[in-house]
Design a protein around this ligand. Structure first.
Ligand SMILES: Cc1cc2nc3c(=O)[nH]c(=O)nc-3n(C[C@H](O)[C@H](O)[C@H](O)COP(=O)(O)OP(=O)(O)OC[C@H]3O[C@@H](n4cnc5c(N)ncnc54)[C@H](O)[C@@H]3O)c2cc1C
Length: 238
């Protein structure tokens, strides 16, 4: 099937990003599974047509009239399916359409790309909300077995895939919940949890993924605690 790359321009995007996104080539794929993980949060999967590196993203849209958005792959690099985790933004252009999809429906998807790449160097992985996705991909690809995973969410149902992470990481899996309290969960924002740490590990990289507010605040905290700038890798969801 031929690649296609013609989109209407989205007014909510700046020109540079819009031009970049317009240049991405897309292919139709059929949805093989579609699961609601919690309210307004979904995982959809489709056949993997390309190799990818854990941490990379794909561009997705439902049709050529809507500019594609980027989604981190949350499945492993050797799995036959590519999965993405997304939350529906009620006022958004694309995600309300994605949320209505069913198995067998078609979406347009790019080849994987991106430079937020995991490796086996020791790291702390820090995510807010759906920013957990690339770290799950890294884990499913066999990376980071000795890492620390810190996940921030507003409510207790925002710790997607927590059963997997608890099993693998035990007390190196830290959930920070800002609006609810629960057993084994830090009651507060992940930035508060980080500020409370007396010391941070040396010879460790810090990967940050999620909202710009979280990434900027965490980066400042890490720098103020003596972490070198080049040890901090960021992926901002905008
Ligand atoms: C590298 C990268 C990876 C990403 N990975 C993921 C991922 O794995 N999972 C995930 O869920 N998301 C991810 N995102 C975010 C994703 O690309 C989309 O931005 C998101 O899903 C919203 O898409 P949408 O079309 O529904 O909303 P959009 O239409 O793009 O709108 C986004 C928000 O802005 C508001 N908005 C839109 N237009 C206006 C306006 N004119 N005035 C005021 N407010 C407005 C909307 O209400 C909405 O809340 C990623 C982003 C990047 C850059």
């Amino acid at each position: 099937m031929a690649w296609m790359c013609t989109f209407a321009k989205s007014e909510s995007m700046d020109k540079g990003l819009s031009n970049f996104i317009r240049s991405i080539r897309l292919k139709p794929v059929s949805i093989d599974s579609f699961t609601e993980l919690s309210e307004n949060v979904y995982v959809l999967s489709f056949k993997r047509l390309h190799d990818f590196l854990p941490g990379q993203v794909v561009a997705i849209t439902t049709g050529l009239s809507i500019a594609p958005r980027l989604y981190s792959i949350c499945s492993g690099s050797e799995e036959t399916e590519i999965s993405v985790l997304f939350n529906e933004k009620p006022e958004g252009e694309l995600t309300p359409r994605l949320a209505k999809l069913k198995i067998g429906d078609s979406i347009m998807v790019s080849a994987p790309f991106g430079a937020f790449l995991g490796d086996n160097f020791p790291a702390w992985w820090i995510a807010s909300g759906t920013g957990i996705a690339p770290f799950r991909s890294m884990i499913h690809s066999g990376l980071g077995k000795n890492n620390t995973l810190i996940h921030g969410g507003r409510t207790l149902d925002s710790f997607y895939f927590s059963a997997e992470f608890e099993k693998l990481y035990s007390d190196r899996y830290i959930r920070c919940c800002s609006q609810e309290s629960g057993e084994g969960v830090y009651n507060g924002r992940l930035t508060h949890w980080l500020k409370e740490q007396q010391s941070l590990p040396e010879n460790t990289n810090f990967y940050l993924c999620g909202s710009s507010e979280m990434v900027v605040e965490v980066r400042d905290i890490l720098l103020s605690k003596g972490i070198a700038f080049e040890r901090i890798m960021s992926e901002i969801y905008f």
